[in-house]
Design a protein. Structure first.
Length: 265
């Protein structure tokens, strides 16, 4: 059985530095010595007292489970604020989670394909089910970078022309999608829907996300941030169809979108 890594020490140091609190200051607030706090941060105290966990959890408003089992430094600021607000992965089943992936016999992560017949099951809970993910078709693509998690999704419709109907879009998993640039093309997995959408994503604020199509015939729309389950940033696409030649109107629309993206930085 694989040993479970414990993040308590590095999380304690990360949270303290995030608050810009010195070891001496935090030690006074915790009513412990600076030496003990230093030992907790470096992991030299192998068996901290239960009261230590409780006091640190109460002070930083992060559950003990998250302090122990989640590398908080890998989460975005928005997700950290959600944890502090009580939207905890272990307490309330929030969106912060460990991504279910599949690896080969050499422990190399594989790129998986979500076929059309599996799309409904994926958005209906399969995305977080390791057994479901393990059953998806697996590929080792030569052009995929070694770093990051990638997945392939088939798209339908003409809302993202010139990327044609039926194309397979390869996306890279984005843990903190609030850091994406405006109008980033991405596969977006939404709650309560039996499908997934391929759109230009713009994070507007902590509550709303704008989704737009490349095809101007489709109006942009807004979804609530809490409705988003996953975001996969566009990496590449494959298709049996040749893309149509760009029209003057499409070129103008693209230039406008690129200008909006630059102004939104």
């Amino acid at each position: 059985m694989k040993e479970q890594k414990i993040f308590f020490g590095i999380n304690l140091k990360f949270l303290r530095e995030r608050r810009k609190i010195s070891q001496e200051e935090l030690a006074k607030k915790m009513n412990v010595t600076r030496a003990k706090l230093g030992a907790l941060e470096t992991g030299h105290t192998k068996a901290p007292q239960p009261l230590d966990y409780i006091e640190i959890s109460n002070f930083f408003k992060i559950s003990i489970d998250s302090l122990l089992r989640v590398d908080l430094s890998k989460l975005g600021e928005l997700k950290l604020r959600e944890l502090e607000a009580g939207n905890d992965i272990y307490l309330k089943g929030g969106n912060i989670r460990i991504l279910a992936i599949s690896v080969d016999s050499t422990n190399t992560e594989q790129t998986q394909y979500v076929p059309l017949k599996a799309k409904a099951g994926y958005s209906d809970g399969g995305y977080s089910d390791p057994e479901y993910i393990a059953e998806l078709p697996k590929f080792k693509l030569p052009h995929i970078p070694a770093e990051g998690t990638f997945r392939i999704f088939p798209i339908s419709g003409d809302s993202m022309l010139p990327i044609p109907d039926g194309a397979d879009v390869t996306g890279q998993f984005v843990e903190d999608w609030t850091t994406l640039k405006p109008a980033t093309p991405a596969i977006v997995i939404l709650k309560g829907q039996q499908d997934m959408v391929f759109k230009l994503l713009t994070f507007q604020n902590s509550e709303n996300v704008l989704l737009e199509s490349l095809n101007s015939a489709y109006a942009p729309y807004t979804v609530e941030a809490e409705e988003i389950l996953e975001v996969w940033k566009f990496y590449a696409y494959t298709s049996k169809e040749m893309p149509e030649a760009a029209t003057e109107l499409n070129m103008i629309i693209r230039e406008i979108r690129e200008l909006k993206g630059r102004l939104g930085k």
